[in-house]
Design a binder for this molecule. Sequence first.
Ligand code: XIL
Length: 369
Amino acid sequence: MNIKTTTFIFSTLLLSAFLSSSCNAQEKGLKDVAQGKFLIGAAVNVNQVKGKDPKCIELLDKHFNSIVAENCMKSEEIHPQENVYNFTEADEFVNFGKKHNMTIIGHCLVWHSQLAKWFCVDKDGKNVSADVLKKRLKDHITTIVTRYKGQIKGWDVVNEAIESDGSWRNSKFYQILGEEFIPLAFQYAHEADPDAELYYNDYGMSDKGRRDSVVKLVKMLKDRGLRIDGVGMQCHVGLDYPEITEFQKSVDAFKAAGVKIMITEMDMSALPTINRGANVADKVEFEKKLNPYPNGLPEDVSAQWNNRMTEFFNLFFKNADVITRVTAWGVIDSDSWKNNWPMRGRVDYPLWFDRNYEPKPFVKDLINK
Ligand code: XIL
């Protein structure tokens, strides 16, 4: 071999080593960026679980290490009649999580929305007695948590029990059992799987009234010797709400109450704000002017959206001592519930990946930082 050939081979080797290392660098996912800080989660729907969207599965494998069920574990799905459980989709969800090495989160055991019709009422539609509801709650929670014992890392035990002003939500659970339904639910869940983490989950967690009441709730559970590991801040946010500083105040307050924090359902609407909450039942009629970007997000709005997402992630990283998971409520924009809530038929851009399965600019920035 002459010197020229040797130099040629050597430089080709160097170049390919360089290329492959820079390719590897690009292959980093969000979960690698957050490694050692917090888990990166996604809510998955049954289509993804059934493998009907292979490109979404590629994104899940690359960027995420945790999943939560978007719908299939809610009571109307998993427990449609008093003596009928439908575990098919929840089982598929859990098996999917195991196959893809995900930390699996259960959502949710007690919630006023997507509530099985029979749950709180008798045959005539009247609220059942406190004793009957306790028995039903216990059966529901024990059966589900026991089935997935050792497979689900943590449960959203109670979802959305507190209003923005800090008062109790007037749900059927509250009407029948008063605030007692909450400690009971935590007790039943803990008895069914003593190793599972247990969370209280809610939206609008930067609202002062709700923040203060969640802190009181955590203290009440702890004072009674019940297990509560964390508070889930759903984080359905918009371009104009909430103030990041108010969000930080809630992080500080929950941290001081001695619980972990999970960002459990993150999405950020890019559309005009109609409703600052996330109560599934709140719906308004379609209006064209409130659906301004049916054919794509203008660059200035996209820049605003990405900057604000970066601010949120800066907050998450800054508080990584207490934030243990950041979960997006969906994978790609077209799957998001925000396209149909609170107004059906809008085109929204709330998630971390766009309709072409491409990471949004803020995700690329985080990865290439
Ligand atoms: C949403 C789902 O994404 C939708 O598919 C469904 O139609 C309604 O519920 N807070 C929660 C989630 O805790 O379970 C909700 O999920 C969104 C608001």
